[in-house]
Design a protein around this ligand. Structure first.
Ligand SMILES: Nc1ncnc2c1ncn2[C@@H]1O[C@H](COP(=O)(O)OP(=O)(O)OP(=O)(O)O)[C@@H](O)[C@H]1O
Length: 512
């Protein structure tokens, strides 16, 4: 009998970035047909390991083998591609090319032996390939017209067609709705049965329990634990990730309306943020909304429910087709980010890569990009005050960095997200609008971050959270569920997961 080798085995891997030790002698093995989760706090070293396993980073020490064979030489891209692929949140397919072109990118000549691309044949081969992996996508469609889910399937099919038998999924469910997640998991299970191994990177621990057989925990660049998922209590998993025994109940959950929100209601404080008849054709129907001082309001909804478009309209990124937005009773010019900002609307964007950060600038500069005008007299900037502000944010949001002077490009994804939040808070906005604020943020940081949102409200300001994450919504005093551009239910705190999920899926009358 021939020995079954691990789909991938990494041993004693060390990786440094300057003074940072990102991986300190870690190991990990994924068996054929296994779904293996790699979890850890922001900055634990997960993405760095993915870089090492995909030939993107050259390790300073250690070995990697695929199916018992040494990993390809560093830089031999085609050889790496035949071993492993990573499907990232931010899809790598070329948006303007068709599915067929994306599938055969860099290998048009395959099997044809000639210089000419035979388009009909290419499409036919693409159709066969997609059918082989059960992916129902039109090969002639442009990649940019596909949904996130379809793009991920195309990428998985592409990787498998190169011969890879190990697929790394980095937060694959981040932009999928519940039905999309179910379809993805079904597909992954099918591929596992065919012997494909999966390494699943996620901050959604319930998904780890749902999908994975084994879990590995890294903490501060070190391997802490590898164990079967079944029988591992969630508290033990969180403890391995944080190095601390699980804390008691979280302090930021809204309990039947926060003290401050109740006060605001009692004293009849006018709304800080008022929205009347606001609409964006094709995205959401006219909506009225009033957020009082001390209140956190959630806009819940799946992809394309209109909740993100509404959040972006509040922040001035999109111009409404009707209605008005006012902060402290004063109208805000619609469709203008600078005016929204000046009016006191702080914004945490969904896509921090495009709308968020200047990578080569420091944590302190990025955290204060909107306030440099306030931090020093007469247009001069006082670095010490910037540092002070950044330092307080590093503490309260638990940002893992060498210090305020470190460029944000050297921070892990989750820690970059926290810098974006720090920046929104820097102006002390009257109303904070945050879109999926905890995406990519680890369990413990999620707590501190949502605690900060709660605190912003408790200090007498207002916040709006746009999300489909139940944990994000638990901080809210009131949650509006949107479906197909319409508010179909409103919940006070105390809702059950089941009723809110049902409302987000469009089941009217879901309120119990
Ligand atoms: N290009 C880089 N330059 C300098 N430091 C880096 C670089 N990439 C990562 N690091 C550092 O290496 C450490 C590990 O980062 P890594 O991105 O692997 O964490 P992670 O576990 O993937 O975190 P997250 O959950 O936030 O994505 C962090 O301290 C990070 O700041």
């Amino acid at each position: 009998m021939t020995a079954v080798h691990a789909a991938v085995r990494a041993q004693g891997v060390v990786k440094r970035f300057g003074a940072t030790v990102a991986l300190d002698g870690v190991h990990l093995s994924v068996q054929p047909g296994e779904s293996h989760a790699l979890v850890g706090r922001n900055g634990a070293g997960k993405s760095t390991l993915v870089g090492v396993l995909t030939g993107l980073h050259k390790p300073d020490a250690g070995t990697v083998t695929f199916d018992g064979e040494p990993a390809p030489a560093f830089g031999d891209v085609p050889a790496w591609r035949s071993k492993v692929a990573c499907v990232y949140q931010r899809s790598m397919v070329v948006p303007d090319l068709t599915v067929a072109e994306n599938l055969f990118l860099n290998r048009f000549e395959d099997g044809d032996g000639g210089r000419w691309i035979r388009w009909p044949r290419l499409r036919e081969r693409a159709r066969d390939l997609l059918a082989e992996y059960g992916v129902e996508v039109d090969p002639a469609a442009r990649a940019k017209d596909l949904s996130v889910e379809q793009r991920q399937f195309v990428e998985i099919a592409r990787a498998l067609s190169f011969g890879a038998r190990l697929i790394i999924l980095d937060e694959p469910t981040a932009q999928l709705d519940a039905a999309g997640i179910t379809r993805l998991f079904t597909k992954l299970r099918g591929l596992q049965e065919q012997g494909v191994g999966f390494l699943f990177i996620s901050h959604h621990l319930q998904e780890v329990y749902e999908l994975c057989r084994t879990v590995t925990v890294y903490r501060d660049a070190r391997h802490i634990l590898t164990a079967p998922v079944a029988g591992l209590p969630k508290e033990d998993l969180v403890e391995a990730m944080t190095g601390e025994a699980a804390a008691g109940p979280t302090s930021w959950h809204a309990v039947a309306g926060s003290a401050r929100a109740r006060e605001g209601a009692a004293t009849g404080d006018g709304p800080l943020l008022a929205v009347e008849g606001l609409a964006l054709e094709g995205e959401f129907d006219p909506i009225d909304l009033a957020v009082r001082p001390g209140e956190v309001v959630g806009l819940a909804g799946a992809t394309a429910s209109g909740n993100t478009a509404l959040g972006e309209t509040l922040a001035g990124l999109r111009k409404p087709t009707a209605g008005r937005i006012a902060v402290r009773g004063r109208d805000v010019r619609p469709g203008s980010v600078p005016h929204a900002l000046d009016a006191g609307i702080g914004y945490v964007p969904e896509d921090r890569h495009r709308q968020g950060l200047v990578p080569n600038r420091s944590v302190a500069e990025n955290a204060t990009l909107t306030v440099t005008d306030q931090l020093g007299p007469y247009g001069t900037v006082l670095p010490s005050r910037i540092r002070e502000f950044a330092q307080s944010m590093i503490r309260s949001l638990d940002i893992k960095t060498h210090g305020p002077g470190q460029p944000v490009s050297g921070l892990s994804g989750g820690n970059q997200q926290k810098v974006v939040i720090a920046r929104a808070l820097a102006r002390e906005p009257a109303a904070l609008v945050a879109i999926r604020p905890t995406a990519g943020v680890d369990v413990k940081s999620k707590d501190s971050l949502l605690g900060v949102v709660r605190q912003v409200a408790d200090e007498g300001r207002a916040a709006v959270i746009v999300s489909d994450e139940l944990d994000d919504l638990r901080v809210c005093d009131r949650v509006l569920a949107l479906f197909h551009g319409r508010v179909i239910a409103t919940f006070d705190s105390g809702w059950t997961d089941r009723e809110l999920v049902a409302a987000m899926e469009g089941i009217e009358g879901a309120q119990e």
